[in-house]
Each structure stands twice: as structure tokens, then as C-alpha cells.
Ligand binder design. Structure first.
Ligand code: DLL
Length: 430
């Protein structure tokens, strides 16, 4: 690893094991003392304060779920006296009560440090100009990118999402070198840059994008339109500080995550047992130093796999694959389980389809109907729509084992988003 890294630590399997053992012990004692909810859970699981628990015994501990967050609203899992809470943030959730999480001063420090690692891993320097185009406010995104950027020492240009014209002006005037956004927003900006012929007038080299699943085709599209040298997938969730829990490195083969700050288990969502090495499962996280709302075996619902082996970039922190989807994103259609990512994967095989698609589910004459609407690539002719739709439908049938309708639509005609795209529109009702 490069010797001049300021934020990324050098770790070994042994040092991580020791840090995790110590951190787990701290978290269990802290949660027991500070939170009646956790204390009852741990008591039920037969754990007592002072009892050292080895990492190999993690499976003895109870899970924490989104239901616990809802029940504890507005300050779930609070494990410190309220005078130690300096801030709250909430997820961008659209149904039910928002997931709100509290932060202590130390939590903010931990978050900014872990986020500074992200900028370092992406190869930024203090001379980079970072245009932050994600939401500020209750959502963690703007606050996280900003905090990390200032701590790292680069120049933040805090624009927030939306406002395309201002984004373009600032890209041009400030010659911003790094864009921070969702994949959807990066595409939207890329399309605007292309349309207005601004590529040679802007200086973007990198993009750090996250908050939603993306397909390789979508990524390639915004990289090209914005004239980027490279882009970096960033992971994160409100429950675990926010954005910045892991970042792709310059080897672009998976995301390094901060195993010195949280334990990551990959479990089979049905049996809740560890999956075989390298298999896809649900990310379950246990924090090691989070104060205000610690997480003990929190079920994130995000699906990924661990990547084995050393990374050529030299960073010794472990890696997981990109987030492939969420276990609760699964569509049940005519008795078949389908993930939107499977559909994106099939569409990505067709050069005449663009990266933009939408899945519409309806009920017609008592039967479920799924329609995949996909934008035709700019270079493709509408005359071939029918034949292309038939070929895509055939491939989807083979991959999903269910018949779906396919409709080609004009480039740019599907809704665009400044935040997270909504890919599935389910109008089937109860
Ligand atoms: O989306 C935090 C964030 C902001 C991450 C900006 C990265 C960039 P929430 O609103 O709580 O927080 O949503 C978290 O978003 O559990 C995943 O399902 C999804 N998600 C986040 N990053 C990625 C990613 C923010 N890189 C939920 N790829 C998570 C795929 C992602 N899904």
C-alpha cells in the first residue's frame, strides 16, 4: 500500500480479529447499559455484561431489524443519554415511518474519518474540486459527502441535487474534477452535457456514485457522456452512519469496506446461516464503536458476496462485491421470484437497448402482467423495435422462467431522477 495514505489503515487478519473482538465486547456492554431494548434482547439470548464473546460466537446474538427501528421511532436503539445526541438523520424511505438514527459527536467523527478514506481510495488530492449533487438535510447523503470532503481537505462545491442549469454552470466555472451523486443523477447530468455539447468545457475526471443499484450499461453511459477517466461505486446506509461504508478502489473489482469499524456477515436470508464463501447473501452488520445507535447483527436486506484474496490496489481492508439488489426488492410474478437486477442484466446484453428501463406490473383479467419498458439506444432505428422486443422477450423468458412483455420506447422518454430511480411500478394492488 502506498506509504503516503493518511486515512486508510494498514491491517492484517490478526489485527482485524483483535479490533473486532475488542469492538464487539465494547458494543455489547455499551448497548446493555444504554438501551433497555438491547438489554432485554441480550438477556434473552443468555448474554451477561463482562462475558467475553468470541467472533466465532456471533451467531448466538439476536438480530436487529428495520421493525426495531420503526418501533423505536423517533430515536430507535438509543444507547446514550439524550444530551449526547448531536444530530439525527433519516433514510429516504418512501413507505411507513422513516428510519431515523441518532449520532453522538464521536459518531460524526468516525463517519467523517471513514468518508475521508473514500476520497483517498478514489485517488483524489486536496486540489480536487468536488461537486456534491446529492440531497442535504435529513438524508445522510449531502452531509456525509461534505463532512468527508472537508476532512480530507479537497474543495467541496455543495450544490445538492436537481437544478441542472446551475450544475452545468458550476461544472464549467469551477472546473469541478469530481462529481458525487446517485447513478441516476450522473446519467441525467451526462445527458445534459451531451445535449448542450459541453464535454470539452468541463474538467470532470471522476465520479463517486451510489445510493442505488446500477447496471454496468448505465455506468458506461454516464462515464462516456461526462468524459470521465473513472468512476467509483460508494455504498452506505443511514443505519450505519450513511454513505461511505465502502468504496470501490482503482482496481475496480469490488468495494473495500471498513472491517475495523463494523463486522460484516453474509447470511442466507431464508435460513439466516452464513452462506458458503463467495456466495451471495444478505449483509448483516455489527458496529464496533458506534455510540448513539449501535447495531447488533442488523439485517440490512442488501445482497452481495465477499470477494476473497488480496486486492492489487494494495489496500489491505477486505472487499465485497457491489450491492446486487435487496432481498425485499424481489418481485413475485406468477409464482416466480424475480429481482430487477436480473432484468437489467439481460437488457445489458442488447447493444440496441439503452441502460434505462422500467418494470410495470399490472393485473389484467385476473392475471398478472409484467411489462418491461426499455429505451432504444440512440444509434438504433425504431423500425427494428418489434423484432428487438421479441428477441429481448425471448431472452428474458429464458432467464426468468416467466413470460413478460417488452416495449421499446424513445431515448429519454422514461422518467429521470435527481436521486434514486424508481425502476419498479407495481399497480397490481393487494
Ligand atoms: O442511500 C446512503 C448513500 C447516499 C449511499 C449516497 C451512497 C451514496 P439510505 O437512504 O438509508 O442511505 O439507503 C440505503 O440504499 O441499504 C442500499 O439498498 C441502497 N444503496 C446505497 N448505496 C448503494 C450502492 C443511502 N452503491 C440503501 N449500490 C442501502 C446499490 C445502494 N445500492
Amino acid at each position: 500500500m502506498a506509504a503516503n495514505r493518511r486515512f486508510l489503515p494498514e491491517v492484517t487478519a490478526q489485527s482485524l480479529h483483535d479490533t473486532q473482538t475488542r469492538g464487539l465486547d465494547w458494543t455489547l456492554n455499551h448497548a446493555w447499559q444504554g438501551s433497555p431494548v438491547y438489554r432485554a434482547r441480550l438477556q434473552e439470548a443468555g448474554w451477561q455484561p463482562g462475558e467475553g464473546l468470541g467472533l466465532e460466537d456471533l451467531g448466538r446474538l439476536p438480530f436487529t431489524t428495520v421493525e426495531d427501528l420503526r418501533q423505536g421511532y423517533p430515536l430507535p436503539l438509543l444507547s446514550v443519554p439524550e444530551e449526547q445526541v448531536v444530530r439525527v438523520h433519516a433514510s429516504s424511505g418512501t413507505t411507513g415511518k422513516r428510519k431515523v438514527l441518532a449520532y453522538s459527536e464521536k459518531d460524526i467523527q468516525t463517519w467523517k474519518h471513514m468518508f475521508a478514506r473514500c476520497y483517498e481510495l478514489a485517488g483524489l488530492t486536496v486540489l480536487d474540486r468536488v461537486q456534491i449533487c446529492v440531497g442535504y438535510g435529513l438524508w445522510t447523503a449531502g452531509a456525509g459527502f461534505q463532512l468527508g470532503c472537508e476532512h480530507f481537505g479537497a474543495m467541496a462545491v455543495p450544490v445538492g441535487p436537481g437544478n441542472l442549469e446551475m450544475q452545468l454552470t458550476l461544472l464549467e466555472d469551477f472546473r469541478s474534477t469530481c462529481l458525487c451523486s446517485t447513478a441516476s443523477m450522473a446519467l441525467l447530468l451526462g445527458e445534459a452535457v451531451e445535449k448542450q455539447g459541453l464535454r470539452d468545457k468541463i474538467a470532470l475526471r471522476k465520479c463517486i456514485f451510489g445510493a442505488e443499484a446500477h447496471s454496468p450499461a448505465m455506468r458506461k453511459a454516464f462515464e462516456e457522456k461526462l468524459g470521465l477517466e473513472e468512476s467509483f461505486d460508494i455504498a452506505g446506509l443511514t443505519e450505519l452512519y450513511g454513505p461511505g461504508t465502502g468504496l470501490e478502489c482503482q482496481a475496480h473489482d469490488g468495494l473495500h469496506y471498513w472491517a475495523d469499524l463494523f463486522i460484516l456477515e453474509i447470511l442466507d436470508p431464508a435460513t439466516l446461516q452464513p452462506v458458503a464463501p463467495g456466495e451471495v447473501g444478505e449483509m448483516v452488520v455489527t458496529t464496533l464503536c458506534k455510540e448513539a445507535a449501535p447495531l447488533i447483527r442488523y439485517r440490512t436486506r442488501d445482497l452481495t458476496r465477499l470477494l476473497p484474496g488480496d486486492c492489487p490496489c494494495g489496500c489491505s481492508l477486505p472487499r465485497h462485491d457491489r450491492i446486487l439488489g435487496r432481498s425485499d426488492d424481489m418481485i413475485i410474478y406468477r409464482g416466480v421470484n424475480i429481482y430487477p437486477g436480473q432484468i437489467a442484466e439481460v437488457l445489458g446484453r442488447f447493444a440496441d437497448c439503452s441502460s434505462e428501463y422500467r418494470i410495470v406490473l399490472e393485473r389484467s383479467m385476473g392475471k398478472d402482467v409484467m411489462r418491461v419498458e426499455v429505451e432504444r439506444a440512440r444509434c438504433a432505428s425504431a423500425d427494428a423495435d418489434q423484432a428487438l422486443a421479441a428477441r429481448v422477450a425471448e431472452s428474458l423468458h429464458k432467464a426468468l422462467l416467466a413470460r413478460v412483455q417488452v416495449r421499446l420506447v424513445d431515448p429519454g422518454s422514461l422518467p429521470r431522477s435527481f436521486g434514486k430511480s424508481r425502476r419498479v411500478v407495481d399497480e397490481r394492488g393487494e
